[in-house]
Design a protein around this ligand. Structure first.
Ligand SMILES: [Zn+2]
Length: 438
């Protein structure tokens, strides 16, 4: 049920963000996938067009979020007046100028948690947004970056690698302290995970191990030794942040963007909802939550910022925009993601949550069939179509569109077809779907 936005970043500049305390290059990670939040009973507090004050019943009103919204996520490192490492530093003046440019461009800076709530269908966000994150945990982020963010009233996220905090095996004099992090937490700053030691998380890659005495050895870990190590990086760092700060951590920035399926699975199982890389691109309603790209902004590549803003600068907000509605809001049948056992389903959806529908405007398209003669009952808001010609293939996508208050709304969803069951003698399939009479 996803919308494909036409904005494909043609050239995804590979932004290698260097992480500071490590001499190596760092790219960031990607977010873990979050459970497809059932856009559910939001009722309270969301600014979305959802019906307010819905009764607490099975017919709870959901927020209908604008699925055409887009967000660019920025990742910054140190803020210093004299740039010595242009790959990870930016001057406070340049940083502040960029924050202002966002405002001037009409881009709303939202919190990471609002972005995720939007993805869960719980909260609406403006059409064009940005999320600001600071990586690694530098003192200058606390002392210089935070005051600038306060000036603009912008929320932001800190991605911390725990051994890099002051006092940790990698935390030097420029590192942020736990006290500073607690201060940020107390003032609403979002603090999230960026591993324990900021290294390549894939098995068999070169890593540095720091012995308790401080001695460091370069090595490659495999098998159980690797598993234990990577678990501490992905899961242990999350638990440490949660315990030291008394917070919930649900985002994971992958150092250097170096991860794989195994790492993703570990992160997912640990409860991360989103994983982040440094391959910047506009985040849409369908961007995979285990690979959300961030734009790493570096002093020597000012164009990255400019290009990122351009990416969403002109693409949405026009009168022709189509508001995408989550299929979950429409009580579709078959449901999004469901696998059915017949090639002749009855397809239904309830548009009553969308708002006032112009009856003549309702359309249904079915993959493999095209536009079908759908029936619409204005009283119940139900649209339905009994498929009469066997659907082919293992899946079927339905697109429903209608006009509501002058605006075009659309919902897409996809269900699977169990080919074996569907091909079986009619009796098996006929339960839910009568065979069409020829
Ligand atoms: Zn980093």
């Amino acid at each position: 049920m996803m919308i494909r936005l036409a904005i494909l970043p043609l050239l995804l500049a590979l932004n290698f963000s260097m992480c500071k305390r490590n001499p190596t290059t760092t790219t960031s990670s990607e977010p873990a996938s979050s459970p497809p939040a059932i856009a559910g009973e939001t009722a309270g507090g969301s600014p979305g067009p959802g019906v307010a004050g819905a009764a607490p019943s099975p017919k709870i009103t959901k927020t209908v979020v604008d699925q055409t919204a887009q967000t660019i996520i920025f990742c910054y490192h140190r803020l210093v007046d004299k740039i010595r490492y242009p790959g990870t530093e930016i001057t406070p003046a340049d940083f502040e100028a960029q924050m202002k440019q966002l405002k001037d461009a009409g881009i709303t800076v939202i919190s990471m948690q609002d972005l995720l709530a939007w993805r869960r269908g719980e909260k609406n966000i403006p059409p064009r947004c940005a999320v600001i994150s600071f990586d690694d945990g530098w003192k200058s982020q606390y002392e210089v970056g935070w005051p600038i963010m306060k000036k603009f009233g912008y929320p932001f996220t800190m991605f911390i690698y725990t051994e890099g905090v002051r006092g940790g095996s990698l935390g030097g004099g420029e590192a942020i302290t736990w006290e500073q992090l607690a201060d940020m937490r107390d003032n609403g700053v979002d603090i999230e995970a960026h591993t324990a030691t900021h290294q390549d998380l894939r098995e068999g890659h070169n890593i540095m191990l720091a012995a308790p005495g401080g001695k460091r050895t370069r090595t490659k870990l495999t098998g159980p030794a690797y598993e234990q190590w990577v678990r501490n990086e992905v899961v242990g760092s999350k638990e440490l942040l949660e315990q030291r700060l008394g917070i919930k951590v649900n985002c994971f920035a992958v150092p250097f963007g170096n991860y794989n399926e195994h790492v993703k699975e570990l992160a997912r199982n640990a409860g991360y909802e989103a994983m982040f890389t440094v391959y910047g691109q506009p985040i849409t309603f369908t961007s995979p939550l285990d690979a959300l790209g961030r734009y790493a902004i570096e002093a020597n590549k000012p164009k990255v910022f400019v290009d990122a803003v351009k990416m969403i600068g002109t693409s949405t907000g026009g009168a022709s925009a189509v508001a995408e509605v989550g299929a979950a809001n429409l009580s579709t049948q078959p449901a999004d993601g469901e696998t059915i056992r017949t090639a002749l389903p009855l397809i239904k959806a309830n548009l009553s949550r969308v708002g006032a529908i112009e009856p003549g405007s309702v359309q249904m398209r079915v993959s493999g069939l095209g536009t079908v003669p759908v029936s619409y009952d204005p009283k119940t808001g139900t649209i339905s179509y009994q498929v009469t010609q066997k659907l082919r293939g293992n899946s079927c996508t339905v697109i429903v569109s209608a006009k509501s208050e002058g605006k075009k709304v659309e919902a897409h969803w996809t269900f699977g077809i169990d080919a074996a069951a569907a091909a079986a003698p009619v009796s098996a399939a006929a339960k839910s779907t009568p065979t069409p009479k020829k």
